[in-house]
Design a protein around this ligand. Structure first.
Ligand code: BGC
Length: 247
């Protein structure tokens, strides 16, 4: 069995689990540590070390490690810092995390990782054409797949809408910050999806993130010209996709 440790770093929590990468199954209960504040490279690398150590019974402290990171990541280096400490800009995340766990770590964008998992084991399984996966959380992350092949580091959450990035307007965090009710928030997601439609004409959009666990509160408000579905992997997609990126 091919096992890798998947670590999903978000704006509020850092989660990990060992994953059977052939099936997408978690091989241990997911373990979560709150994202340190400020979320500096050093503080986050220490949490990555703790998450790795938590699973040594299962991994033996060896084997591949993949990290899903909430920023643009090219060849392990971070190129944006919207919801993490600005000291990440230009930092080599792959080296920092590899040093923390004492073996090589692969780092990819978090929404790309979640998308890879959804396309392999979730709502996008076997789907061709242009499929866009979106994660609605602290920010908005995007994955874009043409016939199952990822175009990495798309940043649809940073498209401009009403003078600010659309994630300020329509991420799940906007609901709390602006005390919106679910339906008003869902209508904002609908406006965002209209923009995605105008720009990309997708065949299918998959909506994920924590809010995908309670679609009954909001999904009935979403009405698009293309097929829109709720992600199937709840909030495991990032962990599973991170593990897959590592092998
Ligand atoms: C970041 C993306 C990330 C998304 C979800 C955005 O603010 O720019 O890289 O995928 O948040 O975490």
């Amino acid at each position: 069995m091919d096992v890798a440790l998947g670590i999903d770093i978000g704006g509020t929590g850092m989660k990990a689990a060992p994953v059977d990468v052939a099936t997408g199954r978690l091989l241990g209960e997911r373990f979560r540590i709150p994202t340190p504040q400020p979320s500096t490279p050093e503080a986050m690398a220490n949490v990555v070390r703790d998450l790795d150590r938590h699973f040594t019974d299962i991994t033996g402290g060896s084997g591949p490690v993949g990290v899903a990171f909430p920023a643009v990541v090219r060849a392990g280096v971070v190129h944006s810092a919207a919801n993490i400490d600005s000291s990440w800009m230009g930092a080599d995340a792959a080296s920092a995390f590899s040093e923390a766990v004492g073996r090589p770590v692969v780092v990819v964008n978090d929404a790309d990782a979640a998308g890879i998992a959804e396309m392999s084991f979730g709502a996008g399984r076997g789907r061709s054409g242009l499929v866009i996966t979106l994660t609605l959380g602290t920010g908005i992350g995007s994955g874009m797949f043409m016939d199952g092949v990822l175009v990495p580091n798309t940043e649809f959450g940073h498209l401009e809408f009403r003078g600010e990035s659309v994630e300020r307007y329509a991420a799940a965090s906007a609901m709390e910050r602006e005390e919106l009710d679910w339906e008003d928030w869902a209508d904002r997601v609908g406006e965002f999806l209209d923009m995605v439609d105008r720009l990309f004409s997708p065949d299918m959009v998959i909506l994920g993130g924590g809010v995908s666990r309670e679609p009954e509160r909001w999904f009935h408000r979403i009405d698009t010209r293309f097929e829109t579905v709720i992600a199937a992997m709840a909030n495991h997609a990032g962990v599973v996709g991170a593990a897959m990126a590592a092998v």
